[in-house]
Design a protein around this ligand. Sequence first.
Ligand SMILES: N[C@@H](CCC(=O)N[C@@H](CS)C(=O)NCC(=O)O)C(=O)O
Length: 210
Amino acid sequence: MHLYDSTIPSGNAYKIQLLLSHLKIPYKTTSLNIVSIPSESRSAEFLVLNPNGRIPTIVLDDGTVLAESNAIMFYLAEGTKYLPDDKLERARVFQWLFFEQYSHEPYVAVCKFRTYWAPGGFDDLTEREIKKLRERGQDAIDVMEIHLSGREWFVGDDYSIADIALYVYTSAAEAIGFRVEGHVRAWLERVEKVEGWVKIKKDPTGKCPS
Ligand SMILES: N[C@@H](CCC(=O)N[C@@H](CS)C(=O)NCC(=O)O)C(=O)O
């Protein structure tokens, strides 16, 4: 398997690196410079693989290409303990994967990228747009705090790809100014104790401290 990720530590790519580590599946990596203008993920060569021009993208040994971090996790987790068999529990995993992509990642991940790497940071946004990013990101983390009250994991009694999807950017949230409270904090610590957990890759630019 071949994983296309980025030279800077992408949370969306980290989802795949984390799951592959839990599953002990070996893979090769090509890291694209997504901070360059244009991003290397927009090269003609890469657009043949993923017309959406984004990482993570995987290429299986038979040449099959798959994009979108949560779809890749779903594919890799099928038949493993990281994706439940029960119909309702699977639907609940999807509930959190869609929540992550619609209500969390567009705000928390965007704030992370702009804080550390985007040329000009937040400069091209109005005060109102910055406020919206911060408020919506905080709302998502607050929803997680409520859900985790009295629960160890997002779905059922076990760690699943729903936890991985929500972990990657939430673990970076406090350092970029979001409020992270007790239940989320305890859950972040639980995730970091799961067998096979690995730290996100180091930032070669040195801008992101994690
Ligand atoms: N919904 C996509 C988002 C992927 C995404 O936004 N990837 C970013 C890095 S985290 C990227 O490739 N940016 C480069 C670009 O847009 O040119 C997923 O979950 O995989």
